[in-house]
Design a protein. Structure first.
Length: 279
């Protein structure tokens, strides 16, 4: 399975062609970057290796992402992020919901989370870390974002897939917004989701796994200081032989874990495709 993976850097979108393969013996999915494609707005069919040019997902992407359309969308995204950030910091849920509703008329929940809300929350976190933002302002923005996610989660759900996914963070990791974004997205797409975030003790996580018997476990790690705690959790989880995917900002550019799937900061669409291949 191949797909395009995009990242936003300084308001520009850059894409990679990625290949994913499921290893049934190890019960894990391996991903390889086939090719760096450069700016998303400049990608053409000639940039795609010959063996993947007839792939339906690649052709669909190229047909729906013409250059002029992408430039217009990028300008719209920049403006949307600016307004959303302003209203989140002001705790203005009414205007935050209005921006989301306008965005949702022309795009998906996954696109909103990946290209609007997540980059904004990273930006707010960086401002707070650099002491350019008061802790109270950061809390207001985070709490307003949580109310937004709760409202999105009330949308009609698709038919149940009969699969259960458990989401958690390592002990001590209190950054829960990524977990709640995953929960709403996966729930709306038919998965039964158990969200134990933030910072559930390993014993509690193991008890819930024993009781609920999930088909997959998602672990989110935002800060590097919690990687050791995550390692201890994984050692316990390996005993029960349930597929695990670990992701989060703390894992960008590194993989400190062995024999588990690491996706650092995947798009929700990318995550969904990987989950489909695993359970």
């Amino acid at each position: 399975m191949v797909f395009l993976r995009s990242k936003i850097v300084k308001n520009e979108s850059y894409s990679y062609l990625v290949k994913s393969k499921w290893d049934s013996k190890r019960k894990t999915s391996e991903q390889q970057t086939v090719k760096y494609l450069g700016k998303t707005s400049d990608i053409t069919l000639e940039d795609i290796p010959d063996e993947y040019r007839n792939d339906s997902s690649i052709l669909s992407f190229l047909s729906s992402n013409k250059r002029l359309d992408i430039k217009k969308r990028e300008k719209y995204l920049v403006k949307t992020r600016q307004n959303m950030c302003k209203f989140l910091l002001a705790g203005d849920l009414k205007n935050v919901m209005s921006i989301y509703n306008d965005f949702a008329k022309q795009s998906s929940i996954a696109n909103f989370y990946d290209n609007v809300l997540r980059p904004i929350m990273y930006q707010i976190g960086e401002l707070w870390d650099a002491k350019k933002l008061d802790v109270g302002d950061e809390h207001i923005a985070s709490n307003t974002a949580m109310h937004l996610i709760e409202n999105i989660g009330t949308k009609p759900k698709t038919k149940s897939k009969g699969k259960t996914i458990l989401i958690c963070t390592p002990d001590g990791e209190y950054h829960a917004i990524p977990c709640f974004m995953m929960e709403t997205y996966l729930s709306l797409n038919g998965y039964d989701v158990i969200n134990l975030a933030p910072s559930a003790p390993s014993k509690s996580i193991m008890n819930h796994i024993s009781e609920k018997k999930p088909d997959l476990i998602l672990i989110s790690v935002t800060l590097k200081e919690h990687i050791n705690s995550c390692n201890r959790l994984i050692k316990n989880l390996k005993k029960i032989k349930v597929p695990i995917i670990i992701g989060g900002q703390a894992l960008q550019g590194e993989n400190p874990f062995h024999d588990v799937m690491v996706m650092d900061t995947p798009s929700l669409s990318e995550l969904s495709k990987t989950i489909k291949g695993m359970i």
